[in-house]
Design a protein around this ligand. Structure first.
Ligand code: NAG
Length: 498
């Protein structure tokens, strides 16, 4: 009870002074998105959500969370989870919204096609392509391929994609690739409506048998047929400069493989070797630091589209423990990803945070001052409470692996790990989401004079000191140190009851 009073009182106090300094700026007070929208955030109750629709394909499936659910409506975002089997190719598509994808499992390669960017991957005159060529019988003609950049990805990576940018993805590993994606149709980049839509450049969505006509109607915004199938055959043939036979294939008229197809022989594309990618990663890290340095010095300098997009890194690993920003060996770790670490997020206006908690460890009660959060449980489970305006408890329950909760801005959250290890990923609707903590180092309570606490809560000086400093040296992640105390209390209780 006291906690609740504490929380609701703390809601109206104190600036997040220290957090700002630590997490870096990037216009934390300015929300560039959804200013014109009146979103529906009169939420009485939050629930742990699971996907409501599953779309199967030949080599995998996509699971959609219901974007009409009021939690998603409030945050103005949509979410989906995708599974790509080994040798599965996710066909090229784009979306009307910027997206952030977290690689939950597996590894593979991905390519984006950004208008105006050069095809920097070019095959040499001889060699690799020639081998490929030899497999195509009877073709003696020399053929050279070139295409835009391809990147490796692996578990723990976050990949950012601007709206309208076509991309594809291939699983070249041994295990299924599993991804969770949050897209932001409320972004100014999207000028349609607030529905998340995907546009296929190839293939067509496979219908699942169990669906009724009603749900079909409700989910019509997802994909459907590929874009090119909407054009008249002859006109398209002329526009593409190929014969009608090919155009029929391009339109996927009789293709029933869905959006993820199996590549039997494995995908042969130009790609840097593994080893050089590792080296590249180190190099990129150095560049990244320099870039971040630069962006601190002159944050809004941009040299046009090419400078802005073509060379910008759009991927960063936050799964690796070495990259943790906050680490407490007895409690867990937090790794944040904002526009300072990955400048493309300035265009995307989303950021992410990966967290790991050990059993019974606690994430300090906090609220986001400038963003909604989408929390997705990766492994294990946690006890979670969310308190909104006027101290109303809007969520009190469990969040388990594979479930998702949307926490609206300014709602206060506490998470406590129930399993041996609880891991989650949070997507925030701001390039540099800032949390304001109730207690702990750099927290609201810490920022208040003892006298204010004494009078606010009608407590003694000593109690106020304890309130302020008991969690005083821990930051954001609290170890389960009150556990033993509680256990002995329980023992006492059972003894007296008996
Ligand atoms: C404040 O605390 C004192 C002593 O603990 C108590 O006697 C008093 O009734 C409290 N006042 C209120 C308004 O709760």
């Amino acid at each position: 009870m006291t906690t609740l009073i504490l929380l609701s009182l703390a809601l109206c106090l104190v600036l997040p002074h220290a957090s700002l300094a630590q997490q870096g700026l990037g216009e934390p007070w300015v929300a560039q998105r959804r200013l014109g929208y009146r979103s529906q955030c009169q939420l009485e109750r939050l629930t742990a959500l699971e996907p409501t629709r599953r779309v199967p394909s030949e080599a995998g499936f996509t699971e959609y969370f219901d974007q009409y659910n009021e939690q998603f409506q409030c945050a103005g975002v949509a979410a989906q989870r995708r599974t790509i089997q080994p040798k599965g190719l996710l066909l090229p598509s784009f979306s009307n919204a910027p997206t952030l994808t977290y690689i939950v499992q597996g590894s593979g390669i991905t390519g984006t096609v950004i208008p105006g960017c050069p095809e920097t991957f070019q095959s040499p005159q001889q060699g690799f392509e020639q081998q490929l060529e030899e497999e195509v019988a009877g073709q003696s003609q020399q053929f050279r391929d070139e295409h835009q950049r391809i990147q490796f990805f692996r578990e723990g990576d976050v990949i950012a994609l601007p709206a309208g940018v076509a991309h594809w993805c291939y699983n070249n590993g041994e295990v299924p690739v599993v991804t969770i994606t949050v897209s932001d149709p409320s972004s100014n980049a999207n000028q349609l409506d607030r529905q998340h839509r995907e546009f296929l450049l190839a293939g067509r969505e496979k219908r699942s048998q169990e669906e009724s006509a009603e749900t079909e109607e409700r989910f019509r915004q997802h994909m459907g047929k590929n874009l090119l199938s909407g054009f008249e055959l002859e006109l398209l043939a002329e526009a593409l400069g190929v014969d009608k036979q090919v155009v029929r294939r391009v339109q996927s008229q009789n293709d029933n493989r869905g959006e993820i197809v199996r590549v039997e022989r494995g995908l042969q594309v130009l790609q840097p070797s593994r080893r050089s990618t590792e080296q590249e990663a180190q190099e990129q890290e150095r560049e990244e630091r320099e870039q971040a340095q630069e962006s601190r010095e002159c944050p809004y300098q941009s040299n046009g589209l090419e400078e802005a997009y073509c060379t910008l890194k759009n991927k960063q690993n936050i799964g690796n423990p070495v990259r943790a920003d906050f680490y407490n060996p007895r409690a867990g770790r937090l790794t944040t990803l904002n526009s300072q670490k990955l400048p493309i997020l300035r265009f995307i206006q989303l950021s992410a945070e990966k967290g790991v908690l050990r059993r019974n460890a606690i994430i300090a009660p906090h609220w986001r001052i400038n963003a909604h959060s989408v929390i997705y449980a990766l492994t294990g489970s946690c006890r979670m409470q969310v308190v909104g305006h006027r101290g109303r408890t809007v969520f009190d329950g469990e969040l388990r692996q594979g479930q998702l909760v949307v926490v609206p801005q300014h709602h206060v959250v506490i998470k406590k790990a129930q399993s041996e290890q609880f891991e989650w990923i949070t997507f925030n609707t701001h390039e540099n989401a800032i949390a304001n903590h109730v207690v702990g180092k750099t927290s609201s309570l810490r920022g208040l004079p003892v006298e204010v606490l004494m009078n606010s809560y009608n407590i003694s000086r000593e109690e106020a000191r304890r309130l302020k400093f008991n969690r005083g040296n821990e930051m954001f992640i609290f170890s389960p140190r009150f556990e033993r105390e509680q256990q002995s209390n329980n023992v006492l209780k059972t003894v007296t009851e008996n």
